[in-house]
Design a protein around this ligand. Sequence first.
Ligand code: MEV
Length: 308
Amino acid sequence: MAEGKGYGKCIMFNEHFVVYGIPSIVSAIGDATVATAEETESGGTQLIDSRPATPGYKEEKKEQQEDSLRRILNAMNIPLNKNLRITLKGNLYAASGVGASAASCTAIARALSQLFDMELDDNRINEIAYEGEKGYHGTPSGVDNTASTYGGMIWFVKGEPSTFDPIKIPHPIEIVMGNTGTVANTKAAVAGVQERKEKNPELYDQLFNQARNVAHDARKALESSELKEVGRLMNVNHQLLQKIEVSNNDLDTLVETARKAGAFGAKMTGGGLGGYMVALTPGQSLQEKVAKAIEKKGFSVLKTKVGV
Ligand code: MEV
């Protein structure tokens, strides 16, 4: 039986802005999806999804998942009706905002590469995972599959070609990710930004320039371990995301709760309009405190680290 892994991710700066070539900072998190693949006698290609998940997530994403798998098989020149069983598992929660789709695409590509002795390197796996992401996002920036494939903390700029390089931080940093429990549609969120940007080009240009500056300042702060400054910049980034209308009441409540409990900073993360928020909580005791405050409000949390 062949096996492959893809990391979950947390976008620390500039989701959405990244789609337009503004630099973003993303990190793999400790949680991952594992795919197994085996050849079968009959039945065509079967996908068994055994990941833990936000209620409703798998049903909502079923069609997108099927489209994604077709794209992965195509990209790998594997016939669409091949007798195969692919199983998804691992400890990454299948939910919006944690890179669940990208992690599954990466894991599947790696498992299939191993099953058919293709010996694909990470660059090729990343390209295939990007093709798979199109089933979920339409026109993904590529930031999620890059984090899922390579791990670590990454400076990512979409372009022709996209560029990325590792951001070196001295130690992994504790974070709390709070789950709104709402399954969000990233495609719709991205389309909404595009529509509003076309209607208000001047305002959006200003906001996009501010987002660019935030990313550059955040990179410096991360590399010099000025974590209070990183947190402050996350708060600024959340404000910008509110202004482009991709946050919502639950995300804002989670952000406020995390800040009141002592987080260095907090923001929504990923596509928004539901899904997850991320709070910077260096040290285990702060992480516990912030996680408890969020749980008290009735939301579930993921306690993990960035820079792993
Ligand atoms: C989704 O995780 C991140 C977005 O920026 C979309 C993308 O980059 O493709 C919202």
